[in-house]
Every structure is written in structure tokens, then in C-alpha cells.
Design a protein around this ligand. Structure first.
Ligand code: AMP
Ligand code: MG
Length: 422
């Protein structure tokens, strides 16, 4: 249940809605509808794509019993099973991987290599280090008791014919693609990449590479947003800086809406902002302005331009990144068709006290000390939402619940940046 609380700030025609982080995430992910456009890709092009249909195998892997070792396949006679003392076998065949051996008679051995099919008649395989070649290399002798079925990899041990090996919604990693290859899939069906349109406004912003004039700052959000969208394998249409007028902003939104699944901006969504993104989005669709009870972050705009989703992130660089990771990222992953779209957390121990109870949930930039179990989280000394160095120093975000105090040693949720920046 979401209890939206409209706040009248007296300064804006769009009502501000106060939400908890959980409510904001729930509204966003509930309104994300999954991509339905799919296409076939070659395995070499499948990395980081989202699988659009289950893959099942129509073969057994391995397809035949085979040797786990370089050694000797043996047809052990009943009386030789677990026999004490040295046992000798005449070598009657040689079977490299990729070839088929002859029927092995009782009491005989065949030289065999890793991956080669176990010949008919063989009932065990002994690694070469345990076999001594004797009598001009015509025989082997083994000095330890031998059991049946040693070192045989049975047919279907990895995958059985008919088994589903990868499920729809899987974001394909190297090991997933290798597994698909191992069952012979030549092409696989994936969801098409989503297109995200981005642009930036703000008279104070200039591009890196130019000299700063008084009062100017470099546009860093542009580079954070583009890189985080690339991490998510989105196709990006970047209009860069758009002149800060209503006409230019409306034109930018108009030009993106037909081409994109999502439009994103940063900045200009705080209370009292003299900014054209809000009226422009409203003119072409609808906009909700949220004040999320969190730090850093707080303002977030969510709406649509025509039928295209719109997310406006806050302007402060740390707030923009953190709200992207906590809210926009699960939203985007769900649109992409990923079945696991929510962020995962691990438990860590706070290496600091929290003296003052705060009304907003805090996402503190922290670095882990792995010399203890659970790992201990140290906080960056400067937690301002403009302190971008905190994001570079940190391993992740430690989540501090609202209205709480604690002593060092408290166990808390931690969002690893290593996971969210993939
Ligand atoms: P705003 O949300 O527009 O009020 O911006 C909040 C703060 O973030 C201000 O200090 C802005 O200068 C800063 N800011 C806004 N956009 C960017 C950007 N693209 N890159 C770096 N800082 C920004
Ligand atoms: Mg601004």
C-alpha cells in the first residue's frame, strides 16, 4: 500500500509527493512494462543481452561416457576388482579425444586421453601417474586396489536432453553463453536494446575541455549518466546540453519521444527551481515530482512524454548517481526484460556510531574492511551530495534506516558498487 502525501510547497504548480524509498521503488517498478521486441543474435554478440526465451537442450552433455583423465581404460575382471598387490594389463588400443576405440576384452587396457569416449567393455579408468609401463611398454602394472567406474564422466552428467538450461530474463554472462554453446545453440533470441534519450540543462554547466568562467562548473552528470546507461547496455541518444528555454526543452523532448523508450535528465527538479524541464514534460505528457525521504537524493521526477517514460534525476552529482542506482536502474532492467532487476545487498558491520536519529533514510558512501567477518564498513568523512570523490573512494552504500541510532558493530545492508556498476 502506498500512501502518497502531497505537500503544498506554495512555489510550484506540480504537487510535491513525499515518498519513502520503498514506495518510490515500488511505484517505479510497477509501472515499468517489459520490452517485447526481440531478435536473434550470434553467440559472439550475446554478452550482456537479456535472454528473450528459455533455452532447452536437445542433446545430452556429455553425449557419451568419456575419460576424465589421461590414463588407461581397463576392462577389469571380477576377481581384479579391489584386488591387493600389483595387477598387470596388456595394452591393446590407443584412444585420443575425438576417436572411437575398439571393444576392450576382459583383462586388457587401452591408452586413453581426457575427453575420449570410454570404449565398449571398459569399466574403469586409471590416471597415467598410477600406472607403471612394463615389458617394453606393452603392459601396465597398477599397485593399488582398483574400483569400478573410476574417472568416468557419464553421459548427461552436466545436462540431460530436454532440460531447460537458461531461463528467459537472464542477463547473459560469459558462462551463460558458454553453456548455450555447449548444447549447440548457434543463435539465441534476446530482447532488443532499449533506447534512452538524455539531455542536460543548467546555465552554470560547461563541457570539460573548456576553461571555466566565473560561476561555471563542468557538466559531470552527463558523463556519469552516459556511463551508467552503457553499463546497462542501453542504446543512448545524447542531445548534450540544451539551451535553458522552454522552446528548446520542448523541442528536445519532442525529438526524443518517438525514438526512445525512456528519456532522462539531471537537475532542475528541486523545489522552487527556475527550470524548463518540468513545464516542458507537463506540456507533452505528465510529471510527478517526488520528494523521497532519503539522503542523498530527495527530488526525483517521474512521468511520461507522450508514451515515453521520463525520469528526472536530481542535479547534485552524488544524488544523481545514487538515485540512478537505487531507482532508475531497477526500472530500466525491468523494461529490458531482466527477471532479476532489483538491487541486492549484503550484510556488513558499521565501524562507526550513529548518534542522531534522522527522519530520512541515508545511503552513506562507505568502504569495506575485509579483515573481519562480516566486513566492517567505514564511512567517507565528507558525505555531501556534491562530494563526487566519496563515490570514487567508496565500495558501496551502507543503508541507514530512518529514525535510528546505533553503536559501532551494528549490522546493516550494504549495496556494493561493484554490482550496481555492471
Ligand atoms: P539542481 O537540481 O538543478 O538545483 O542542481 C543542484 C546542484 O547540482 C547545483 O549545484 C548544480 O550546479 C549541480 N548540477 C546540476 N546539474 C549538474 C551537472 N550536469 N553536472 C554537475 N553538477 C550539476
Ligand atoms: Mg539547476
Amino acid at each position: 500500500m502506498i500512501n502518497n502525501q502531497a505537500v503544498d510547497c506554495g512555489c510550484d504548480e506540480i504537487p510535491q509527493v513525499l515518498l519513502s524509498t520503498d514506495e518510490a521503488l515500488e511505484i517505479l517498478t510497477n509501472s515499468a512494462s517489459s520490452n517485447s521486441k526481440t531478435h536473434l543474435v550470434a553467440l559472439d554478440d550475446a554478452l550482456d543481452q537479456i535472454l528473450a526465451a528459455d533455452i532447452s537442450s536437445n542433446i545430452n552433455v556429455p553425449g557419451f561416457d568419456n575419460s576424465a583423465m589421461d590414463g588407461y581404460a581397463i576392462n577389469l575382471k571380477d576377481e581384479q576388482v579391489n584386488a591387493l598387490g600389483g595387477v598387470k594389463f596388456e595394452i591393446s588400443d590407443r584412444i585420443p579425444a575425438g576417436s572411437i576405440g575398439r571393444l576392450l576384452e576382459p583383462g586388457y587396457a587401452a591408452r586413453i586421453f581426457t575427453g575420449a569416449p570410454v570404449p565398449d567393455g571398459a569399466n574403469t579408468i586409471i590416471m597415467q601417474e598410477e600406472c607403471e609401463l612394463i615389458e617394453n611398454d606393452l603392459k601396465i602394472e597398477i599397485y593399488r586396489p582398483i574400483s569400478l567406474n573410476e574417472n568416468i564422466r557419464p553421459k548427461g552428467n552436466d545436462i540431460k536432453s530436454g532440460e531447460v538450461i537458461l531461463k528467459v530474463g537472464t542477463k547473459l554472462r560469459a558462462q551463460d553463453i558458454a553453456l548455450a554453446a555447449s548444447v549447440g545453440a548457434g543463435e539465441i533470441k534476446v530482447f532488443q536494446k532499449i533506447k534512452v534519450g538524455v539531455f542536460f540543462t543548467g546555465d552554470e554547466l560547461i563541457e570539460p575541455g573548456n576553461a571555466l568562467k566565473d560561476g561555471q562548473i563542468y557538466n559531470s552528470n552527463r558523463y556519469a549518466l552516459v556511463a551508467m546507461l552503457k553499463n546497462l547496455n542501453c542504446e543512448i541518444i545524447n542531445l548534450n546540453n540544451v539551451e535553458d528555454t522552454l522552446d528548446a526543452t520542448v523541442n528536445a523532448l519532442e525529438s526524443l519521444k518517438e525514438k526512445c523508450d525512456l528519456i532522462m535528465t539531471t537537475g532542475g527538479v528541486s523545489v522552487g527551481e527556475e527550470d524548463h524541464v518540468k513545464p516542458a514534460v507537463q506540456q507533452l505528457g505528465e510529471l510527478n515530482l517526488w520528494r523521497i525521504k532519503m539522503k542523498p537524493g530527495k527530488p526525483l521526477a517521474f512521468g511520461r512524454v507522450g508514451d515515453t517514460a521520463f525520469i528526472g534525476l536530481p542535479g547534485n552529482p552524488v544524488s544523481a548517481m545514487v538515485t540512478f542506482l537505487l531507482f532508475a536502474r531497477p526500472f530500466i532492467k525491468k523494461i529490458q526484460g531482466a527477471s532479476h532487476y532489483l538491487n541486492t545487498t549484503i550484510k556488513v558491520e558499521a565501524n562507526f556510531d550513529w548518534h542522531r536519529s534522522k527522519p530520512r533514510r541515508e545511503f552513506v558512501r562507505a568502504r569495506l574492511d575485509h579483515t573481519t567477518t562480516p566486513a566492517r564498513a567505514n564511512q567517507y568523512p565528507k558525505q555531501g551530495s556534491e562530494v563526487l570523490s566519496s563515490m570514487v573512494w567508496a565500495d558501496g552504500l551502507i543503508e541507514i534506516p530512518e529514525k535510528t541510532t546505533f553503536k559501532q558493530g551494528e549490522i546493516l545492508n550494504f549495496y556494493p558498487l561493484s554490482e550496481m556498476m555492471l
